[in-house]
Every structure is written in structure tokens, then in C-alpha cells.
Design a protein around this ligand. Structure first.
Ligand code: SUG
Length: 448
């Protein structure tokens, strides 16, 4: 049976703004308070989805969330009508209003961890929504994420959904941003690679000194258990705490993998050789030939990687077996990174082509091409069981573009977040979106 990697991209929500909310994420910190352009952000994301679809890849779309999250503000003690509550939060606790307005759900690599059916004990595709416990503005995403994923992958014969892990730092889970799967064919058993930043219970693992390590070993182990993965099908590795302290807040900022290939920076991991040997050995047991490509620090520094997002690229398999890298245009702007990419594609290896995309609106908050997509490997039967409303087609691209043009503002600054009209605009837009994507009622304002 045929199988595919389907990329579900997060649609940028109408409140996309630069809140400076993510300590440890250099771009989010340095672009704080700049005014944003939500319309441009959403159109840039849609253009990437359309381009991948046009190249023959399976592409889907994941809906944004209701923002400002007035229910979250109510839980923090604000009361009155929605308009009164927004006004009061703006006056008394602007940082909380900003957090409740974040469109951060667009970075759907953090929405969940997904294990394909060929890896799991019960032969279903498993999803665990990420608790995103490290940042308040992201910790409020998972209830809606779970409802949206449930509406997209509703068929219980093929899809199993797990609630987010307990919402404490010890189980900090950032979803697929620290999870990569290696396999020969998407429909065959593979090796799931979990990268963690620290251990919550075992102090033999070193932790970063400056910035937070968002993913714990214990969270990754819990997800592997929930999904029913075999020990032989799992490899854990620790991210180098020094690179976390240089702004590598997820593994997908320093490594990317697909199929049998891992492209990684020399400084990405601790105990790299042991980890590579384990990946090679376990992939060989399921018939795969693991290949790793190390990017030396002499060619690309960690700082280059953080600024250009070279590793936050999408590594895609083409029909002829070769691979294509989707990179943000910041890679072209960095001389060393661009020179490395030229040498990589002309070296006779599997990665043969690089395609550049303008994702500046998302990049300025630390979100590159790979952050914007959740990968779901599906066989033909499973793909047919996905809600067809969320699979990208030329007509859907047309409808979503028109929807963005109609509902989105082209400029948003912090003061605009205090405008109660923004909430109404957002709800009107999302209500229409659930009809376009055939999701049913998934948002708090539609349910309560
Ligand atoms: O969680 N930025 C996101 C970026 C997520 C990138 N995802 C992956 N690498 N997979 C984050 O730090 C910034 C929001 C703000 O500052 O307005 C933010 O949430």
C-alpha cells in the first residue's frame, strides 16, 4: 500500500503579533513590540502550502485558535463582559493580555507528537497534544489543539488521541519540535528519535545555565509509552545544553531528519557518536540504511544556525528518492549558510535541491518552515479517513486566500490588542473558517 508524509501547516491567526513572549527564543525577544502584519503572515504561510502542493507533496492545513483567549483571562480573575474584561486586562496586566492574544498556535510542530501506525502497538496513528508548559502563552493551546486534531482525524479505527501530559515543568513537552522519525518507507516500521533538553528526575544529565530546556526526558518517555512504541523503535538523545544557552530552544533549530537521513550541526547533541550508532543499528533492524550529514561548526556556527534557521528547514523526499530542502530566505542572506547549502547540494549526496521561501512574519517570532508544519505519515487508507476539508487543494487555497483578504488586518501593534473589536473580528473569521475546513464546533465561543 502507498504511504505518504503529509505536512499539515498551521494557518496564521488574525492576532499574529510580536509580544516578546518567548525567553530563550532570540527572534521573539529581539522583535518584541514591533508592529506585525497578520495578513501578510497568513498569506506567506499559504503560499508555502500551495507551492508544496504544486510540487506534488501531500499538504494539509491546521486551523488557528480563538484569540484573545478570554476564557484564559477569566481563569486569571478578570470578569465582566468580554469587552470589559479586555479593557481591564489592558489597564492592569498588559503582559497577560498580550499572552492571551498570541497567535503562537501557528507553529504546529509544537502542537503534538505523532507516531504513525507502523510504529504503534495497536496499529493506529497516535497523537499526543503537547502541554507547551514552558511558556504561559503556549500552555493555553492544547485544549483547542486537541479538539481541532480530533475533528481532523476523527476516525477511531485509525486514529488515537491522547490528552496533553500533566502540566508541570517536569513533563514539559513541546511536541514534534523535538521528535523525528527515520524509516525506509513511510508505511514501514521506523525509529522514532526523541531529543530532550534536560531530565526532571535524574541530575546526572547536565542542564542549560541560561535559557530553559523546554523538553524533558520524562515527557518524551511518557509519549513513547502512550503511543505503544517498541524499545527497538525508539532512540533518546540529549541536546547539548550549551546550544540551548545560545538560543537553540528546540531540536528543530539545530537538526532535521526525514526518511533515512539526519542533517545536524556538529554541536547539536551530547554523546553524538553513541547516538548515531544507536540510530544506525535500530534502523538497520527494520531494513533501513541510516545516513547522517554533519554540518561542521567551521562552516556554519551555532549563531549562524540560530539566525538563519538553516536546520528549521523541511527535508522532503521526492519521487526519485532524492531530497529537497525548503529553507527560509534568511539562509540566502547569510553568506556562510548559503555557501554551505551550495556545497551540500552539489556534493553528490541525497539532498539535491534547495527552495527558498519568504516567511519573514513568522521568522521574526522564531518560527521557520519546519515550525509551521506538523508531519503525519499516513498510508492510503488512513489518508482517505482524514477529514477531507483540511487537505489542501487549489480551490481550498483560493477560499483560504479570499478568507484572509476579507478578515485580516495588515497592521497590528500592542495597543490594537486592547481593542474589543479584534475579538469580534477573530470570532467572525474563525466561525467562517470552521465551515470552510468542515471542522464543526471546535472553538470555545462555538461550544459555550
Ligand atoms: O514557542 N514563538 C514560538 C516559536 C516556535 C517555533 N517552533 C519550533 N521551533 N518548532 C515559541 O517560542 C513567540 C511569540 C511572541 O513572542 O509573540 C513564540 O511563541
Amino acid at each position: 500500500m502507498k504511504s505518504y508524509e503529509v505536512n499539515f501547516d498551521g494557518l496564521v491567526g488574525p492576532t499574529h503579533n510580536y509580544g516578546g513572549l518567548s525567553y530563550g527564543n532570540v527572534a521573539s525577544q529581539s522583535n518584541s513590540q514591533q508592529s506585525s502584519n497578520p495578513k501578510e503572515a497568513a498569506l506567506q504561510g499559504l503560499a508555502k502550502m500551495k507551492a508544496l502542493m504544486d510540487m506534488g507533496f501531500q499538504q494539509g492545513v491546521l486551523a488557528p485558535q480563538e484569540r484573545p483567549d478570554v476564557a484564559a483571562l477569566r481563569r486569571l480573575g478578570f470578569s465582566g463582559t468580554d469587552a470589559q474584561l479586555i479593557e481591564r486586562a489592558a489597564k492592569e496586566a498588559m503582559p497577560l493580555l498580550v499572552a492571551s492574544c498570541s497567535a503562537s498556535s501557528m507553529w504546529v510542530a509544537n502542537a503534538a507528537t505523532v507516531s504513525p501506525s507502523a510504529d504503534t502497538a495497536d496499529g493506529r496513528v497516535h497523537f499526543t497534544a503537547a502541554n507547551l508548559n514552558c511558556k504561559y502563552h503556549r500552555s493555553i493551546e492544547h485544549p483547542t489543539t486537541s479538539r481541532v486534531l480530533g475533528a481532523m482525524f476523527a476516525n477511531q479505527q485509525h486514529f488515537a488521541h491522547h490528552a496533553a501530559l500533566p502540566a508541570v515543568a517536569q513533563f514539559g513537552d513541546e511536541g514534534a519540535a523535538n521528535h523525528t522519525r527515520f524509516c525506509r518507507e513511510y508505511g514501514e516500521a521506523g525509529v522514532e528519535f526523541f531529543v530532550f533538553g534536560r531530565s526532571a528526575f535524574d541530575n546526572r544529565f547536565p542542564a542549560p545555565q541560561k535559557y530553559p530546556a523546554r523538553q524533558t526526558l520524562e515527557a518524551s518517555q511518557a509519549v513513547a509509552r502512550l503511543h505503544g512504541l517498541r524499545d527497538q523503535g525508539v532512540v533518546y538523545a540529549q541536546q547539548n545544553p550549551n546550544v540551548i544557552d545560545q538560543g537553540v530552544f528546540h531540536n528543530d533549530v539545530i537538526a532535521v531528519g526525514n526518511g533515512e537521513v539526519l542533517l545536524y550541526h556538529e554541536d547539536a547533541f551530547l554523546e553524538t557518536d553513541k547516538m548515531l550508532a544507536e540510530l544506525q543499528g535500530k534502523l538497520a533492524k527494520v531494513g533501513g540504511n541510516f545516513q547522517s550529514v554533519c554540518v561542521p561548526r567551521s562552516a556554519v556556527t551555532v549563531d549562524d544556525a540560530v539566525r538563519s534557521y538553516l536546520f528549521n528547514s523541511q527535508l522532503l523526499s521526492r519521487a526519485d528518492g532524492s531530497m529537497l530542502l525548503i529553507v527560509p530566505q534568511e539562509c540566502q542572506a547569510n553568506e556562510r549558510v548559503w555557501a554551505y547549502l551550495q556545497s551540500l547540494t552539489s556534493s553528490g549526496g541525497l539532498i539535491r535541491e534547495v527552495k527558498v521561501f519568504d516567511l519573514k512574519q513568522s521568522m521574526q517570532n522564531g518560527g521557520g518552515p519546519a515550525c509551521l508544519r506538523l508531519r503525519v505519515a499516513l498510508n492510503e487508507t488512513e489518508l482517505a479517513a482524514v477529514n477531507p476539508g483540511v487537505i489542501m487543494t487549489a480551490p481550498l487555497y483560493g477560499s483560504l486566500t479570499a478568507w484572509v483578504e476579507k478578515h485580516y488586518r495588515d497592521r497590528l501593534s500592542e495597543t490594537d490588542l486592547a481593542d474589543p473589536q479584534l475579538l469580534l473580528e477573530c470570532r467572525t473569521a474563525l466561525d467562517e473558517l470552521t465551515q470552510i475546513l468542515k471542522l464543526g464546533a471546535v472553538y470555545p465561543f462555538q461550544i459555550n
